[in-house]
Design a protein around this ligand. Structure first.
Ligand code: ATP
Length: 359
């Protein structure tokens, strides 16, 4: 399977800079997710990899071969879309066989390959049905089978699970990951769902406004977000940001102050900044009832039960709403005065101007 290398890719539509100087590589057999909000250039990047769009500038290599001018049908890519794009008047068998018929492959070989891939995707009992007689999940499997039957060298996914309900999405997420690992096909997967990217991909490319903001493993991106955008996009609920903390650096520690709050970070920070933004993940903070060191006062605003966890929403004295995971055995009452105690070794600090991470 080929590796993919994208070098300074730009794709402009008139004045719209859909993709604006993006570089990354995907290793042979790797599963990479392109993650970002709507309109950030993920799909455009994917369609350029497929050869459907021609880059405005930049290079795309499959292995070390420049493919900028290679038409889609010679790139040996399989694509799976959100809307399945199945032919309604054809049976499942015919839908899966379609790309093979177009290549004039002998009938027996087509039959063998369609049945084989249908078995792998657990849809071999549906081959005589039409798409309208299938559930959304089954239709998505057919679309996947049709992409795989060509034995592509690269698989490109564009939000393939967006139309499925939450349960089915989780099920298919695991199945696609399993299948990709089994087949070892180099894969690029576009999604705006951070949970999908985190759970499926070995590396994630986080996009924003046509640019690649950060590229790394799910752990790297979660543990060391490059800026506030990445810190807020990865994790659910997202990172809480508390603004307006002044900074004093002492030997061995950094002291952050705001109103009556003092947070003593056990690390010396090199900075000229007078003020920083504090980022606290919902899983890195306790809600307590007694005033103590490193505590931020607030009032319980609402509690959201999730079964195994609860999310406690605490409003700080400055009016920010902070979401924190809590213990379902100790549900606080709305209106109760509480204190937020962040795990200081886990918090991040950001430059309020550039929004870049400084700790
Ligand atoms: P979504 O998740 O909503 O699909 P995306 O990250 O995939 O978003 P793109 O579809 O790549 O984003 O679009 C990036 C930008 O380029 C958007 O501003 C979009 O409006 C614009 N764009 C995309 N395709 C075209 C086109 N064919 N003509 C003009 N503008 C386009």
């Amino acid at each position: 399977m080929p590796s993919i290398r994208v070098v300074n890719l730009k794709k402009y539509f008139g004045k719209v800079k859909a993709v604006d100087g993006v570089s990354f590589e995907v290793k042979d057999g790797e599963f990479v997710a392109l993650l970002g909000p709507s309109g950030c250039g993920k799909t455009t990047t994917l369609l350029t990899l497929a050869g459907i769009y021609k880059p405005t500038s930049g290079e795309i290599y499959f292995d070390d071969v420049l493919v900028n001018d290679v038409p889609p049908k010679y790139r040996e890519v399989g694509m799976v879309f959100q809307n399945y794009a199945l032919y309604p008047h054809m049976t499942v068998f015919e839908n899966i066989a379609f790309p093979l018929r177009a290549r004039k492959i002998p009938k027996e070989e087509i039959e063998k390959r369609v049945v084989e891939i249908a078995r792998k995707l657990l849809i071999d009992n549906l081959l005589e049905r039409r798409p309208s007689q299938l559930s959304g999940g089954q239709q998505q499997r057919v679309a996947l089978a049709r992409a795989l039957v060509k034995q592509p060298k690269v698989l490109l996914f564009d939000e393939p699970l967006s139309n499925l309900d939450a349960n089915l999405r989780m099920l298919m997420r695991a199945e696609i990951k399993h299948l990709q690992q089994e087949l070892g096909i180099t894969s690029v997967y576009v999604t705006h769902d951070q949970a999908e990217a985190m759970t499926m991909a070995s590396r994630i490319a986080v996009f924003n406004q046509g640019k690649l903001v950060q590229y790394g493993t799910p752990d790297e991106i979660y543990e060391n977000p490059k800026n506030m955008f990445v810190a807020s996009f990865i994790g659910n609920p997202p990172t809480n940001f508390l603004k307006g903390f002044s900074v004093e650096v002492e030997k061995g520690q950094t002291i952050l102050k705001r109103d009556d709050v003092v947070l003593k970070i056990p690390k010396e920070l090199e900075t000229n900044l007078k003020e920083v933004v504090v980022g606290i993940r919902p899983e890195h903070c306790e809600v307590v009832h007694n005033k103590q060191e490193n505590a931020i006062p607030g009032t319980v605003y609402v509690v959201e039960p999730l079964g195994r966890d609860i999310i406690v929403n605490v409003q700080t004295d400055r009016g920010e709403l902070v979401k924190v995971f809590g213990d379902p055995a100790k549900i606080p009452s709305v209106g109760e005065k509480v204190f937020l105690v962040p795990h200081l070794e886990k918090i991040h600090l950001f430059n309020p101007e550039t929004e870049e991470t400084i700790l």
